[in-house]
Each structure stands twice: as structure tokens, then as C-alpha cells.
Design a protein around this ligand. Structure first.
Ligand SMILES: [Zn+2]
Length: 340
């Protein structure tokens, strides 16, 4: 009896084990199915994020004007030594160079050409001039990327500021945002007020012929009608040559030439060594696309800074001859029509 009941017990237990097997199998299968679903959905999310990442990199390369520069700006601000503000058509933005640097006493004034909204109000083309020109325009626009010139100029100007501060120079920025109202004459007066060692005007070029491409620099001629501007012809010319050389060698962009022009308001009012850097043609598809890349902008800033270094090296070893005549053989090449 006891034996019989023991056997029945064993039988019952065996039956229970047999019944529980399919339940365990089902639970395992369910868990497996759930994990598979979770993994595959994660995979989908990752691949979606990845494709978005790739897409944004692609877009940023082409349309950098729409990019948020805050990250880069934050990085640059970490390098800032000192900030002082002084009222003039807004605020003077000054960065004092590193204390022990031989470049600290060298003040580089950087003007990112143009601004968000132009002003058609008129101002004299030079001191005492009866020729009147619009105060400031909003500049050109990329033929392929639609990047606005005022923003391209600003992005390179901010990167150049970083380069120069790193090298110990003191820097004054004419503007650090696009929504300002500063005329070309006022910009030059700011460079004069700070007695700039070099005044660098950053621009992008534009021309009706879309095949025109490459970089050039512009300075006044030796015969500039405004005495205080003409007085700095030799330095301006050398600065323009060296900046163009270094700019093209760093960016790899086609090298045009140094042009001498006496109808630029922002240069005619200047009483310090001045250069306009025309980085490339926004009216040319290749130049436009190139200038929209972060790579080009970084290299552009380094190239200009190298040119500034080379200029001061030259200045240290040269006796500037104020009466030297300029290179009048500069070949004719077009430059943007709305610059002044
Ligand atoms: Zn311009």
C-alpha cells in the first residue's frame, strides 16, 4: 500500500514535470522574442540617428550659414584674456593680448565686412570728399549654397580672432554679431581710434561672370587722394601681399593678385595699414561651396594670421619708405561692386 502510494506520488511528480516543460519552453520563447524585438528596435533607432548625423554633417558642409556657431564661439571665448567695453556705435569689443607676448602691443582690428541689413544712407567716400556712397550693404550671396556674405565674413573673423589671441596679439572686433549698424566710415574710424597696427577687412567676392574664381587682396594706391591713407601705402601693400600669399598657400584656393583701389570708403578713411581680403568668389560654384566648409574657414583664419605674423617680421627688418611708389602693374581683375 505504502509502496503503491509512493509510486503514484512519483507518477504525479513526473506528470507535473512533463506538464511544466511546455510552460518553461513558452516563457523562454517569449523572452527570446521580446529581446529580439527590443534589439531590432534599438538597431532601427541607432540607424535612424546615424543617418540623421550623416545628413546634418552633409548639410553643414554645404550650408554653413545656417549653422549655429555657438559651440565654436564658446571654444574661442575660453581663450579670451580680457574684455573691455566702450561705447561707440554700440560697443568696442577689445581683447588684450597675452602679458608676456611681444605681440601684446600690436593691435589688430578685424572687420567682418557688411551686416545683416544694409543702410542706403550716404556718407563721404573719404575725408572731405564730395563723392557720397551708401553707408554699408549686406553684401553678396552664395550662388550655390545661398550663404550670405556677411555671415561668412563673421565666421572667418571669429576664427581669426582666436588665431591672433593665441599668438599674443591684442584684438579689436568691429562686430561679433550680424545684426549691427556700423557704416564703412565708422569702421575705419574705429581702426584709427585704436591706432591699429593692422586693419583687416574680411570679404567674399562676387562678379557677373560665374567662372571668375580665387582670392585677392585690395589696398589703396600710392596716389590715394587722402593723405593719411596714402601715408600707409607701403605697409598696406606689403600686408596685402603677405596675407594673400599665406592665405592661398593655406587654403589652396586659386591666387589672383593684389589690387590697388582708391574708391573704398572703409579704406580711404583709414589712417593705419589696411588690407581687404577677398577670400573667394561667392558667384563661383566651386569657391562658394569651398568657402561654406568649416575646413576652409579654419584654414582661412590660420592663413590670414600667418600673413599678419609675416608682416610684422618684415616690419622689424625693413625701413619703411613712405615715398616708395607702388606696383602699378597689378593686372585688372574684377571685384565685388558693392564693397566700400
Ligand atoms: Zn563684401
Amino acid at each position: 500500500m505504502q509502496i503503491g502510494s509512493e509510486e503514484r506520488k512519483k507518477e504525479r511528480l513526473n506528470m507535473q514535470k512533463k506538464r511544466s516543460k511546455p510552460i518553461v519552453t513558452h516563457v523562454c520563447a517569449l523572452l527570446l522574442l521580446m529581446s529580439t524585438l527590443m534589439l531590432s528596435s534599438c538597431g532601427t533607432v541607432w540607424s535612424w540617428l546615424w543617418s540623421r548625423e550623416e545628413a546634418s554633417i552633409h548639410v553643414d558642409e554645404l550650408i554653413i550659414g545656417e549653422m549655429d556657431p555657438s559651440e565654436e564661439t564658446e571654444m574661442i571665448f575660453e581663450e579670451v584674456i580680457e574684455y573691455t567695453g566702450e561705447a561707440h556705435s554700440g560697443t568696442d569689443i577689445c581683447y588684450l593680448g597675452k602679458k608676456d607676448s611681444p605681440n601684446q602691443s600690436r593691435i589688430i582690428v578685424i572687420d567682418a565686412g557688411h551686416q545683416l541689413k544694409g543702410s542706403s544712407a550716404l556718407e563721404p567716400n573719404g575725408p572731405g570728399s564730395e563723392i557720397m556712397k551708401a553707408e554699408v550693404t549686406w553684401g553678396a550671396k552664395g550662388v550655390y549654397t545661398s550663404q550670405p556674405e556677411y555671415d561668412l565674413n563673421l565666421q572667418v573673423a571669429l576664427l581669426l580672432r582666436h588665431q591672433l589671441i593665441q599668438r599674443g596679439y591684442s584684438v579689436v572686433m568691429i562686430r561679433e554679431t550680424n545684426n549691427v549698424s556700423i557704416s564703412n566710415m565708422e569702421r575705419a574710424l574705429l581702426a584709427n581710434k585704436h591706432n591699429a597696427s593692422a586693419y583687416i577687412r574680411i570679404h567674399g567676392n562676387s562678379w557677373s561672370d560665374g567662372s571668375m574664381h580665387g582670392a585677392m587682396t585690395i589696398c589703396q594706391s600710392a596716389n590715394n587722394p587722402y593723405a593719411d591713407c596714402a601715408a600707409h601705402y607701403v605697409e598696406s601693400r606689403k600686408l596685402s601681399e603677405l596675407v594673400l600669399d599665406e592665405f592661398c598657400s593655406k587654403t589652396g584656393i586659386f591666387k589672383q593678385n593684389v589690387r590697388e583701389m582708391d574708391d573704398m570708403t572703409g579704406t580711404n578713411w583709414s589712417q593705419v595699414p589696411t588690407v581687404i581680403v577677398e577670400m573667394g568668389f561667392l558667384s563661383n560654384v566651386s569657391d562658394d561651396r569651398l568657402m561654406a566648409t568649416e575646413y576652409f574657414r579654419q584654414e582661412a583664419a590660420i592663413g590670414i594670421a600667418n600673413g599678419v605674423d609675416a608682416y610684422f617680421e618684415w616690419l622689424e627688418t625693413s625701413t619703411v619708405d613712405e615715398n616708395a611708389t607702388g606696383d602699378q602693374t597689378a593686372t585688372e581683375s574684377p571685384t565685388e561692386t558693392d564693397i566700400s
